[in-house]
Design a protein around this ligand. Structure first.
Ligand SMILES: [Cu+2]
Length: 163
């Protein structure tokens, strides 16, 4: 028991040290977790069993990271998708992962990359929120709230809305 407590304390201290170091040297952070902002999903009629989630990823670190999976309690299955054009036809295709370059930004938006939700547990009703966990190769899991909107939110005017 005592040994376990000591182990926990040591781990806790190590975690705190890393966090403080990241704050003091943010521009040199080796593994700064990507930030996930402007997270939203389009409201859907209750008969539609699928949905899509959009967001902006920013990587403040010096090393590239990679979004490799997503999950949510709101749907039985969540996948990374993109749209591909073949002549006049546009269709969705599942993608394995998305790279977020060091110091770079990736935007998931309608007509482009999105998180596809299958077998929703509840309909996507405007005004509601639900949690989405993004899993990065280096940074691990990052959980954010998805805001459900009728239409794409305006980038500049609503960016401050959920802090
Ligand atoms: Cu899709």
């Amino acid at each position: 028991m005592l040994l376990r407590m000591v182990t926990a304390l040591v781990l806790g201290t190590a975690t705190l040290t890393v966090t403080a170091d990241d704050h003091m040297h943010a521009h040199h952070a080796m593994a700064g977790a990507p930030t996930v902002t402007q997270v939203w999903s389009r409201a859907m009629p209750p008969t539609v069993p699928t949905g899509a989630v959009y967001f902006t990823l920013r990587n403040p670190g010096d090393t590239p990271d990679r979004l490799i999976d997503v999950k949510t309690t709101r749907a039985e299955k969540a996948e990374l998708h993109t749209h591909i054009h073949k002549g006049d036809v546009m269709r969705m295709e599942r993608i394995e992962s998305v790279e977020v370059p060091a110091g770079g930004e990736v935007t998931f938006k309608p007509g482009s990359s999105h998180v596809m939700l299958f077998k929703l547990s509840e309909p996507l009703v405007a005004g509601e929120q639900f949690p989405l966990t993004l899993i990065f190769e280096n940074a691990g899991e990052v959980t954010v709230d998805v805001a459900i909107h009728e239409d794409a939110p305006e980038p500049s005017t609503h960016a401050h809305g959920h802090q």
